[in-house]
Design a protein around this ligand. Sequence first.
Ligand code: PMP
Length: 351
Amino acid sequence: MVYQRSAVEALPAYVQGKSIPDAIKLSSNENPYPPLESVAEVVRECATSFHLYPDMSAAGLVARLAERWNVRPEEVAVGSGSVEVASQLIHASAGEGDEVMFAWRSFEAYPILVQVAGATPVPVPLTADDRHDLDAMVAAITDRTRLIFICTPNNPTGSVVTRAEMQNFLDRVPKEVLVVIDEAYSHFDDDPESVDGLEFFRSHPNVAVLHTFSKAYGLAGLRVGYAIAPERVATNLRRVAVPFGVSTLAQAAAIASLDAESELQERVDVILGERTRVVAKLRDSGWQLHDSLGNFVWLRTGSATAEVDAILREHGVVARAFLGDGIRVTIGSPEMNDRFLAAIGNTAPAA
Ligand code: PMP
């Protein structure tokens, strides 16, 4: 038998929510709207250059992002989705015996990526009200801690870290430890108290910010995300990146999306209105929900998770169930949300 790393063979695979025929898919926090015409147009124009490799440095996109966020291009690193950039951050910071910390439950990919890198995942349980337990995270720091992910709004709970909490946290984290603020859902966060990652990047030498084009910009299928990181870190992200990881198509569509930000924001605003409506209806029918500031809601279904998930599926709704814990349901178009609300009406609310 060929040799394979046992640590890899022991890993759970990252699973994608499975579609079922005629069902609506609310399992991946996708944007329900198709690409803007201006973005589709640019993508069509790109087709004439598909025989050529992309610009490996993604210079146009990096320059545009640097301008957008008022940072230096040397501080921007792009990748094939922000999950790829998260992987690069881990590979650049942590090896065998090093620790990477994150709250749990959070983005399912973190523990997998850490183990693939041969480092040790350190999950720190969320508080009883599903928020980051930043005191417990500080207490869990050791001399092997290399990187800490703070996902805000947190996937799947939708909870956020406030500015004041982040300041207090960073005051207690050693400067050798890189703190990555994963803001995949920040466009949906309309709480003025919430962290603005860029503000902390500018004031702290050990903070990086992770952004994606998959959610608010609606380009999940094109795979493009980026980090804004201290120059030394960003340089190392380029060193560990797979060459040509971001396609010509993805680069062009990302630039066109940045050009159309206000139009995209209008769509985000519709999703926020829908989130308010869905949460109110769920609460009216007895569900106890914390506020969610992502494009999804988190139903704490505990031991009834499999049962509630089966009922949703029977009624043609695919959500993301985490057995024994809860169900994350993406906010879709008004029609999709109506279908979800009708389906959930067949279940008993979990208090
Ligand atoms: N971070 C978080 C918190 C996420 O939920 C996701 C996607 N589900 C990602 C990063 C990765 O997104 P992408 O690779 O599509 O940019």
